[in-house]
Design a protein around this ligand. Structure first.
Ligand code: ZN
Length: 472
């Protein structure tokens, strides 16, 4: 464990060093790697002021793997947690699952000195997979209110779904242990609640925005809990700052485990692969390190879906964590043995070390995002057909903010680099930088070193001229 954390520090230091390196001698670097391209800017240097990220990161060894496994075992012991199964039987069915989650969160709330609030949200929902009839459902939320009066209306969510399914998604009788899909994600959400509420209770943390730890039903019947969570957040008057969906995050059977968790983010419907979800993914990778996060630039695994999807479709920053390589004999399968192959989603296949890594990476990302100032608004890029790029943005007053980082990247690069720092909102002119050759974004930086997600600049749309007489 200490190994991993020292590797992480060395890695982050290496990233910081490489960022500084690029900024300090970027023309030489650029000439080496792309010798026939002109350097940008032609003269002078970018001005960067890199604040270190928040100290006192959540230590990997503080993750309670035993309690995570205990919760998973309790959920599996419910036999099935199909959303169509019993909500009232304490021993078998989805109500049994709800009871175990509420009990565990209540324990954690107690340890938090009353900071964490546990809520059961009852609602009804209909889909093809409820036989077209309204199905009564219950979501479990644990809420850690933000300390900043304005930012407390912004919500950072981590969610796992606690329903499970056998091969036939309408069969309420068959066993559906659902250890990996998705008791594992629920255990990550619940453990994040413990880690972050403990930090808040001991005066560490300083989470300015509100954190929501969700365990939701109805995923297998058509993302019913995910759609409800989005609606609930809106009804409560929250802005969603980020939604981290953990679904199938416990198994890592390939040799050499634990491996990196995959983090899926969709392209969105705007240009340049810069959707809010993509910016959230980049922020998480930067916080947790490339050695821990494998970004995948697609909304979900091929042909699959998850509870981040309703948020993604609403244009909100939402991503999905999933294990490195899935074993389909363990998913959505009624337990059985056929031709010598054992089917079923049992806890014995889980990798505690990998699952603990995922919990730590979720909690650290959520914590840092909740410590950050609000992201800037109205980020714009102007200066087309001039030698200089002009980046402008707005932001409300915030005495806890240090300033803003102007980010850029080559259009073919997956990650941002810090280009410049500005103390106040307004316009920054990047002299001698082409608007054509890079993408730009802005993010806010707190005095504590926590960064908001980046907001890509919008560009002026200038459609090419059409031949005379052509209708647009
Ligand atoms: Zn799932």
């Amino acid at each position: 464990m200490t190994n991993r954390s020292s590797t992480r520090h060395a890695f982050l230091a290496a990233i910081a060093a490489s960022v500084c390196f690029c900024i300090a001698i970027s023309p030489a670097f650029a000439q080496q790697s792309t010798p026939r391209d002109p350097t940008e800017p032609q003269q002078g240097q970018p001005h960067s002021k890199l604040l270190p990220r928040p100290a006192a990161a959540i230590a990997r060894q503080s993750v309670d793997e035993k309690s995570m496994r205990a919760l998973i075992d309790q959920l599996v012991s419910c036999g099935t947690r199909l959303s169509l199964s019993s909500w009232t039987d304490a021993k078998r069915g989805i109500g049994c699952g709800r009871d175990h989650i509420v009990a565990r969160l209540n324990e954690i709330a107690k340890e938090s000195g009353g900071k964490l609030q546990v809520v059961v949200d009852k609602f009804g929902s209909t889909s093809e997979r409820t036989s077209g009839k309204p199905l009564p459902l219950q979501s479990v939320y644990a809420i850690l209110p933000g300390s900043d009066p304005k930012l407390a209306k912004t919500l950072f969510i981590v969610s796992g779904h606690y329903d499970s399914r056998p091969s036939d998604v309408m069969n309420t009788e068959a066993d559906a242990p659902g250890a990996d899909d998705d008791a594992s994600g629920v255990s990550v959400s619940v453990e994040s609640a413990r880690l972050l509420s403990k930090a808040a209770a001991t005066g560490r943390g300083g989470y300015r925005a509100t954190l929501l730890f969700a365990a939701i039903p109805g995923e297998e019947q058509g993302l019913l809990g995910g759609y409800r969570l989005l609606e609930w957040a809106k009804q409560q008057g929250y802005t969603v700052g980020g939604m981290l969906d953990d679904d199938i995050v416990g198994d890592d059977p390939s040799p050499g485990a634990p491996h990196r968790v995959r983090l899926f983010s969709g392209n969105g419907e705007i240009d340049d692969c810069d959707s809010p979800g993509r910016e959230l993914a980049r922020a998480i990778e930067e916080i947790d390190g490339r050695e821990n996060i494998r970004m995948i630039f697609r909304v979900d695994r091929y042909g699959r879906g998850g509870d981040h999807y309703p948020f993604y479709k609403a244009g909100l920053p939402a991503v999905r964590f999933t294990e490195p390589l899935e074993d389909y004999t363990h998913q959505h399968q009624t337990p059985r043995t056929e031709n010598g192959i054992e089917y079923g989603d049992f806890a014995k296949y889980l990798n505690a070390s990998f699952l603990g890594d995922v919990a730590r990476d979720n909690a650290e990302a959520l914590g840092q995002l909740a410590m950050a100032p609000a992201p800037p608004t109205n980020a714009r890029l102007t200066g087309a057909v001039t030698p200089d790029a002009k980046v402008s943005w707005s932001a409300e007053e915030d005495p806890e903010r240090s300033g803003f980082e102007i980010l850029w990247r080559e259009t073919t690069e997956p990650r941002w680099q810090v280009y410049d720092f500005a103390a106040a909102p307004g316009e920054t002119v990047l002299r001698g930088v082409s608007t054509d050759n890079h993408f730009f974004a802005v993010r806010a930086v707190g005095k504590n070193g926590a960064r908001s997600i980046a907001i890509p600049t919008e560009i002026e749309r200038r459609p090419p001229p059409l031949p005379a007489g052509t209708k647009q």
